[in-house]
Ligand binder design. Sequence first.
Ligand code: FNR
Length: 247
Amino acid sequence: MRPNTLEPLARAGAFAPDEQESVYKAIKTRRDVRSEFLPDAVPDEVIRRLLDAAHHAPSVGFMQPWNFVVVKDDAVKTAVWEAFNRANLEAAEMFSGEQQATYRSLKLEGIRTAPLGLCVTCNPDRCGDVVLGRTHNARMDSYSTVCAIQNLWLAARAEGIGVGWVSIFREDELKHILGVPERIEIVAWLCIGYVDRFYSEPELAVKGWRQRLPLEELVFSDHWGERDPEFASSIAAAAEVPPRPGS
Ligand SMILES: Cc1cc2c(cc1C)N(C[C@H](O)[C@H](O)[C@H](O)COP(=O)(O)O)c1[nH]c(=O)[nH]c(=O)c1N2
């Protein structure tokens, strides 16, 4: 029988309200960090915790397709930065007019200033040709690796450690620098280190590149492109009220 109380009933397995708050806090305050890295080394024990968080990510068929190349060597970081710089000059040319000028003003990496670099790779051959859940979509192993990166990103935020994802590279160049075999996919280069502050909003929003979209515009009901106005307005209203843990 349910107890006679006005308190909401805890759902089986639900975290306590303050624990829920911590999870949402990590999610909402996680930032992509490019420029604010402090030179302090990240202790190996902390690196181990972050990698362990990554390693507890979901993966298709429990494939665990990831590997992590931990880079502390300045010479390797410099070579990676040079590869970034070559690609970034090409990237700037792909934008035009005022947008190109803004692009050039953005700082899009902290490769040499972050004390730690982490290359996250995906091995499509980790458990044979036929993988449970990957049978009809070959990209599922890459998606799994992205889940590992997000786990690490959130754990790092909770530890007060900044993470910046850099993707402006020719993959072959990065493979050559790091000795990554042909069949292995490079999913991310992450810049990792302590910071003296986190932006409260995405740096790209602060610098005027692009703003967060209203959630209610992104949610459809029953079919792609169809909106239930009542549901959409309830989402919009919820966005105006800070989330209440346990609700
Ligand atoms: C797959 C992928 C690839 C990249 C990124 C992210 C992801 C998910 N981001 C970071 C991106 O700009 C950032 O996440 C958004 O601007 C939102 O900001 P917050 O992460 O919320 O701070 C990113 N940032 C950057 O400065 N250089 C880059 O090359 C990339 N590449």
